[in-house]
Design a protein around this ligand. Structure first.
Ligand SMILES: Nc1nc2c(ncn2[C@@H]2O[C@H](COP(=O)(O)OP(=O)(O)OP(=O)(O)O)[C@@H](O)[C@H]2O)c(=O)[nH]1
Ligand SMILES: [Mg+2]
Length: 246
């Protein structure tokens, strides 16, 4: 998919301050420093749009970037960073949770995990939270240029093993590097397919010629936002623990 233009739109401290809901959005979430802003820049391919830093907790607002004038990438503040003003971080965590749960034009979330690390409890809890809240997501293992491919694959396999029992169908998994641009075409393909599905769904619905099939109810992961055809499908909601306070 070609991106003809990429511009910074605005920053929002909370859901109410977000821009209009007219464009489909794809958001980056993950632990502080996992590489969200870097991946956004790599995908957009237009130089430095989102600011990158070695300091964890650098992105503090919900940042919107409009691509090709028709859809948006959204850079979210990370989780798992405790330093700094507690009140402020709590506020932004709540803002991110509200954005993820209630943004109607959010099509798919890229949940980022560091490919150089063994499964981290906080990431497992966050993926569980996304699942519980029916947020459509795919998993993106970042920084694959660091360390050996074998170590990355072992970490990916270990993470997958921890979450397998939660789903009937596992979320899609991608391997990415903002340094080598690994995974760029694959993630853009996810976005392209989702945009195509969203456009198709917004076309006028033809008059019914046959009764709806009994299984016509959308699957769990598609109830909130139409268009994402690849989102994870949980096995049984009741198996999941209580919601986390993100
Ligand atoms: N080698 C390598 N370094 C990366 C990659 N992606 C990000 N980094 C580095 O990791 C650090 C954090 O990157 P950011 O993109 O700012 O991370 P973030 O998730 O947006 O961090 P917060 O905004 O603090 O939540 C920076 O020093 C980046 O240069 C990658 O794919 N490979
Ligand atoms: Mg950032």
């Amino acid at each position: 998919m070609n991106i003809s233009s990429a511009i910074f739109d605005c920053s929002a401290p909370d859901l109410d301050s977000c821009p209009d809901e007219s464009l489909p959005e794809f958001a980056f979430i993950g632990r502080s420093n996992v590489g969200k802003s870097s991946l956004l820049n790599m995908l957009a391919g237009k130089g430095v749009l989102a600011r990158v830093s070695t300091t964890p907790g650098f992105t503090k607002l919900i940042n919107f970037f409009t691509m090709s004038k028709t859809w948006r990438l959204v850079d979210l503040p990370g989780y798992g960073f405790a330093a700094g003003a507690k009140l402020e971080s709590a506020r932004f965590n709540k803002a991110v949770a509200r954005y993820l749960k209630h943004r109607p034009n959010l099509c798919c979330v890229f949940a980022l995990l560091d490919s150089g690390l063994s499964p981290q409890e906080i990431d497992l809890e966050f993926v569980e939270w996304l699942t519980r809240n029916a947020v459509p997501f795919v998993l993106v293992f970042t920084k694959t240029d660091r360390g050996t491919p074998e170590a990355a694959e072992a970490n990916i396999a270990a993470f997958t093993a921890r979450i397998t029992g939660w789903f009937e169908k596992l979320p899609e998994i991608f391997r990415c590097s903002a340094t080598t641009a690994q995974g760029r075409s694959e993630l853009l393909a996810v976005i392209g397919a989702t945009l195509d599905a969203t456009t198709a769904e917004s076309e006028p619905i033809p008059p019914p010629t046959a009764p709806l099939a009994p299984e016509a109810e959308p699957p769990f992961s598609m109830q909130v936002r139409a268009g994402n055809v690849r989102a994870a499908k949980p096995l049984e909601k009741k198996k999941l623990k209580n919601a986390r306070p993100w």
